[in-house]
Design a protein around this ligand. Structure first.
Ligand SMILES: Nc1nc(=O)c2c([nH]1)NC[C@@H]1CN(c3ccc(C(=O)N[C@@H](CCC(=O)O)C(=O)O)cc3)CN21
Ligand SMILES: O=c1ccn([C@H]2C[C@H](O)[C@@H](COP(=O)(O)O)O2)c(=O)[nH]1
Length: 266
């Protein structure tokens, strides 16, 4: 079910059949609406192989989300620069993903830790149909450096397997989406481990799935390559969901084609 090549097929479909659209950044895109990718995480770890993906950056970003931070400083300290363009002079992004996940404001001064609540529900009521974490805080969108792209995920447990579906409203298919798929795959593994469950499926659902006009050559290069088998993940058990470190996370057997550089649309 985790077919290496499914992502590349979607990339090809957008490149060939996408509608030409303008966008906020001024770069312009080709785009298709409403697509889905599904990976069986018990088989392999979905890290795209048709170019080398910056795994160290993905790990740093996910741990940074889980830490609840609104500042890029912890990323800079690890030499990860993927959020630099959106931060202000103090390195602040406003109430973005981490803040909403860990300290969604109630309005009375108190906050809600959606991740702690999710772990609690996974342990006590895994059949719940309400295991949702969302970053789409409508009241705070205009304080965020960038409105959340992956704005909601739902967790599901059946047959002792934890599955995760993420909804991404806006999908930079060349630069962002390989990050987003790997990041939520890793999160699913961490949640399953903490809840003493096996991993099930990752379902990635994309809204506006686009290729920027200045990524067209890079996409052509990538699509000329043959997808390779996915690697696997080894994850040390941490004391709790907030205590993982990069050293706990090892991807085994990743043998990608070379990296492909591309400008990020700001
Ligand atoms: N246009 C756009 N696309 C995105 O994917 C994106 C945004 N904006 N804004 C917020 C975050 C930042 N993300 C980013 C930003 C940059 C890269 C990037 O440049 N990746 C390079 C490697 C970078 C490096 O090695 O430092 C790549 O080749 O994947 C990836 C994700 C994802 N998001
Ligand atoms: O995790 C991420 C974060 C951002 N993106 C992309 C999707 C769009 O290309 C831009 C956001 O621009 P909007 O005008 O706010 O839609 O960033 C991504 O793919 N993944």
């Amino acid at each position: 079910m985790s077919r290496p090549g499914a992502y590349e097929d979607l990339l090809r479909d957008i490149a060939e059949n996408g509608a030409v659209k303008t966008d906020r950044t001024g770069v312009g895109t080709r785009s298709l609406f409403g697509r889905q990718l599904r990976y069986d995480l018990s088989e392999s770890f979905p890290l795209i192989t048709t170019k080398r993906v910056f795994l160290r950056g993905i790990v740093a970003e996910l741990l940074w989300f889980l830490s609840g931070s609104s500042s890029i400083t912890p990323l800079l300290e690890q030499n990860v620069h993927i959020w630099d363009e959106w931060a202000d002079a103090e390195g602040e992004l406003g109430p973005v993903y981490g803040v909403q996940w860990r300290s969604w404001p109630r309005g009375d001064g108190s906050t809600i830790d959606q991740i702690a609540n999710l772990i609690e529900t996974l342990r006590t009521n895994p059949d719940s149909r309400r295991m949702i974490v969302t970053a789409w805080n409508v009241a705070q969108l205009d304080e965020m450096a960038l409105a959340p792209c992956h704005l909601l995920f739902q967790v599901y447990v059946a047959d002792n397997r934890l599955s995760l579906q993420v909804y991404q409203r806006s999908c930079d298919m060349f630069l962002g989406v390989p990050f987003n798929i790997a990041s939520y795959a890793l999160l699913a593994h961490m949640l399953a481990q903490q809840a003493d469950l096996e991993v099930g499926d990752l379902v990635w659902t994309g809204g506006d799935c686009h290729i920027y006009h200045n990524h067209v050559e890079q996409v052509r290069t990538q699509l000329a390559r043959e997808p390779r088998p996915f690697p696997t993940l080894e994850l040390n058990r941490a004391a709790d969901i907030f205590s993982y470190t990069p050293e706990d996370i090892r991807v085994i057997g990743y043998d990608p084609h070379p990296g492909i550089k591309a400008p990020v649309a700001v």
